[in-house]
Design a protein around this ligand. Structure first.
Ligand SMILES: NC(=O)c1ccc[n+]([C@@H]2O[C@H](COP(=O)([O-])OP(=O)(O)OC[C@H]3O[C@@H](n4cnc5c(N)ncnc54)[C@H](O)[C@@H]3O)[C@@H](O)[C@H]2O)c1
Length: 265
């Protein structure tokens, strides 16, 4: 692109090592990129000239949109649009887009990895061996996958992909998704209470804001498990990995307590 770009696209925040792909694609329509510093103030400082915003985690609030009067589109790098003020965007005639297949396989595979690691007690075993130990003492129980009942909250792209893996490995899968009606090819649909009460593993794959209104399903799951298994729970710091949002998770994530993954022992 030579000379001044016709359009300016402000990248509010992003997680990739480079924005060269975006730069090259947008150059094709005469748009140039401005990379903001990832803060609301930093974006607001360059927003006046923005024809479009590309955001990842930074909330695009009504206030931020007001500081970008030329903006015609907010394109979210990702699936959820819960960090964009959709009502404010609609009021201003700003189109909001997402990437519906963003990381579907990665999240499903990651979730499965966490499930397998927890069931097979891999983090505990790793710690044991790293400390010079060996053997199964302290590692039991180690569950079989076959016969394990997994409850998936949300049965969209990620839930379905994960279910296909779990089913292939011999797990029973049940689902809570209030937007589905029972039909051929679907696993049993249950209420959230039934799912939490009757599953060995629970994984959440529904939009955050939908579940925020639920009264701490993680706690209910844990309470039930505690009653049944006598407080046999593991709380694992998962190698210090910071799980910031609970849709990230493999297993139940207690967002009120901090990073951690729960699994029934
Ligand atoms: N952290 C990450 O890296 C990452 C990556 C990809 C997706 N995600 C998140 O994972 C979630 C699922 O993604 P997806 O591609 O499967 O989305 P999707 O839109 O295909 O499916 C979401 C499903 O959740 C269901 N749902 C909505 N509200 C519900 C509720 N209250 N209880 C139960 N089910 C409910 C919907 O009916 C739908 O079937 C999204 O919130 C997305 O933002 C996170």
């Amino acid at each position: 692109m030579t000379g001044q770009p016709r359009f300016t696209v402000v990248v509010t925040d992003q997680v990739f090592p480079s924005v060269e792909t975006e730069r090259q694609m947008l150059a094709g329509i005469g748009a140039g990129l401005v990379i903001a510093d990832g803060t609301s103030e930093g974006v607001a400082a360059v927003a006046a000239g923005a024809d479009a915003l590309l955001n990842t985690y930074l909330p695009v609030t009504g206030e931020l949109l007001a500081s970008a009067p030329r903006c015609r589109i907010v394109a979210r790098y990702g699936i959820g649009t819960d960090n964009v003020d959709i009502a404010a965007a609609r009021e201003r005639g700003v189109v909001v887009t997402n990437v519906p297949d963003y990381s579907v396989e990665e999240v499903a595979v990651h979730t499965l990895s966490l499930l397998l690691a927890l069931i097979r007690r891999i983090p505990d075993a790793t710690r044991l061996v790293a400390a010079g130990g060996w053997g199964l003492d302290g590692l039991r129980p180690i569950r079989r996958l076959s016969g394990l009942r997994a409850g998936l909250v949300g049965y969209g792209r990620i839930g379905r992909t994960l279910a296909s893996y779990l089913t292939a490995l011999g797990c029973e899968v049940v689902v809570h998704d209030p937007f589905l009606t029972p039909g051929p090819g679907l696993p049993p649909l249950v209420t959230l209470a039934e799912l939490l009460a009757g599953c060995d593993a629970v994984s959440l794959h529904a939009p955050d804001d939908e579940l925020r209104n639920e009264r701490d399903p993680c706690r209910r799951f844990l309470e039930w498990k505690r009653k049944r298994n006598g407080a046999a729970f593991q709380w694992q710091q998962w190698y210090g990995h910071q799980y910031k949002s609970w849709e990230h998770l493999g297993f139940l994530y207690r967002h009120d307590v901090g990073p951690g993954i729960y699994a029934a022992g």
